[in-house]
Every structure is written in C-alpha cells, then in structure tokens.
Design a protein around this ligand. Structure first.
Ligand code: CP
Length: 309
C-alpha cells in the first residue's frame, strides 16, 4: 500500500490486519522512526480531531511536522493544489496528508506524486482514516465484525464517513443498514434503509452522522427539536437500544440535533474513545505506509507484531 485514500478495494484480511495493528499500538505503542522523516499536513478545510490527531500521531512517531496554513501560503497567489503538493515533495516531505473539499483530490495526487498521500477527508468522497478509527472502536468492543448489525444514521448523502464505513463494514461482513430523512438518502450505496425506530432496536452499533450543512446544495429547513424527535437519538429511543449496543459519532456533534446532548457521554457512547483511537489508527497507517514501502500484507503484520510485542 503506497497511499491510503479510500476503503474501497481493501480486502477483509488487510482491513483486519490494519485494525489489529492500530489496536496493538493503542495498547503498547510502537517504535518511532529511526531516521528524520517529514510529514506535510495540507488542510484546506477546517478540522480539529483529524488534523490534531495526525500531529500527535506524527510526533509520537518522531516525525517533523510541516504545518501548512492556506491563508499564509502561495495558494493565495493562485498556486494549484498539485503544485503545492509537488513543492512539499521537492523539499523533502516523506508523506502528504490532505483534507480538501474536492472529491477524489487525494486519489489524484496519489497518482501524480512519488511520496505517499493520505486522505483526511475529500468533500463528500471518503474519510478512510475516520473509518479505520471507527473500526478499531468497534473491534475493541466486539472483537470481530462478521454478523454485527451496524446502522449508519443521518445525513448519508453528504457524508464521506458514511461512504468509507459502508464500504469497510460490508467488506468485514457486517449487516449494514441506513436511516435518515429521505432527502438525504444515497441509493448508490446499495444498502437497505430502515426507520429510526427500527434502527435503535436493531443496531449493535449505532453510528450517527453530523448534518453536513456546508455541503448542502438545497438548504432543507430544519427545526432542531423536530429533527431530533423524527430522525435523531432521543433519550426515549436510546432506552430501546440493545443492552450491549454502542453509539458512535465522528464529531463534531450538533448537540440536541443528531442526538440528545445528555447522550454524548452516556455509558454506551464511545464518541471520545473514537477520538482517542484516532491517534493510534493514524500511527498505524503512517507506520504501515512508510515502513512497508508499498507492500502491506499479513506476513509483514505478523513480523511487526513480533517486533512490537
Ligand atoms: N471527525 C472529524 O473528521 O472531525 P474534524 O472535522 O474535527 O477533523
């Protein structure tokens, strides 16, 4: 694996190995890189969790972080994204992490650059590192994926998290369902829609999504209270969930809209655990890409396990 830009096309065993590697790092840590290594984090869209957990992951791995602020860069003089990324490659960056509003931009750059590219969110496209940290959080709870019932709930149409997780969870053998208001359905995902009432009773994992207002072409008028009552996770609905079921949300959470504010840190919520796992997940991806030189497989994973353990 040279790059990490999508969850599509990864095989089940590759995903599982990556999840287990990230889980191991979360428990035991991992050796930092021996040589000087530079990471360029190109964030063209706002971010708190993804950007900062990449920085923590990179520093824990002993990397030098080349931070980049769009409004203080030559982007303001009209430089293209390709030329910007190519500049970082030229000056010695070993890795590019990119978040951008343009779908597929990470994939395009990955094809154009020699150095690895990690997709930190491309418009409504994909958010594969978020997906990996979600998978790690689910794995820590259930220790396997096959047969788990996962419901992805909310603004499916505009969500890159939904797209990456739909692909990953299906590959891993979960039964994946979708729920949300009809205007935000995405039938290209080819997954069944159920009602929110059915969702809370069905789910082992209820994965709520943020309403992506910044990506809405047609502004749907939303009354927050009525959205919560119709489509969100109210306290009444949470009480109907299975005893062992957990709640995920990529955050930031619109408290009182996607879920009742009182549920954000309830017993079954793993929202802050997800953020914690984000660091190990990103360390696993970076280690994998830079250590393996584009050759990721179970044998290498087992060798690494021996090394870490
Ligand atoms: N979950 C997520 O991507 O959060 P940020 O936008 O804060 O990075």
């Amino acid at each position: 694996m040279k790059d990490f830009v999508t969850m599509q096309g990864l095989e089940e065993r590759e995903m599982l190995a990556l999840v287990q590697y990230a889980n191991l790092i979360s428990q035991k840590g991992v050796e930092p890189f021996a040589n000087q290594t530079f990471a360029a984090n190109l964030f063209f869209e706002p971010s708190t969790r993804t950007k900062m957990s990449f920085v923590v992951a990179q520093r824990r791995l002993g990397m030098e972080v080349l931070d980049f602020a769009t409004d203080h860069s030559s982007i303001t003089k009209g430089e293209s994204i390709y030329d910007t990324a190519r500049t970082f490659e030229s000056i010695g960056a070993n890795l590019i992490v990119i978040r951008h509003q343009q779908r597929n931009i990470a994939k395009q750059l990955a094809e154009q650059l020699q150095i690895p590219v990690i997709n930190a969110g491309d418009g409504t496209g994909e958010h594969p590192t978020q997906s990996l940290l979600d998978l790690v959080t689910i794995y820590q709870e259930f220790e396997q994926f096959r047969g788990l019932k996962v419901v992805i709930a909310g603004d499916i149409k505009h969500s890159r998290v939904a797209r990456s997780n739909a692909a990953a969870l299906t590959t891993l053998g979960c039964d994946v369902f979708l729920t949300g208001m009809e205007e935000w359905h995405d039938n290209s995902l080819n997954l069944p829609y159920i009602s929110m009432e059915e969702a809370v009773e069905t789910a082992d994992v209820l994965m709520l999504l943020r309403i992506q207002r910044e990506r809405h072409q047609d502004q749907v008028t939303l009354d927050q209270d009525s959205y919560l009552q119709k489509y969100g996770l109210s306290v009444e609905r949470e009480r109907k969930m299975k005893k062992h079921a957990i709640i995920l949300h990529p955050a930031p959470v619109n408290r009182g809209v996607e879920m009742d504010s009182r549920l954000v840190e309830c017993d079954r919520s793993r929202i802050f655990k997800q953020m914690e796992n984000g660091v190990a997940a990103r360390m696993a991806i970076i280690k994998n890409i830079l250590n393996q030189g584009g050759n990721y497989n179970e044998k290498n994973f087992n060798q690494r396990q021996a090394f870490i353990g």
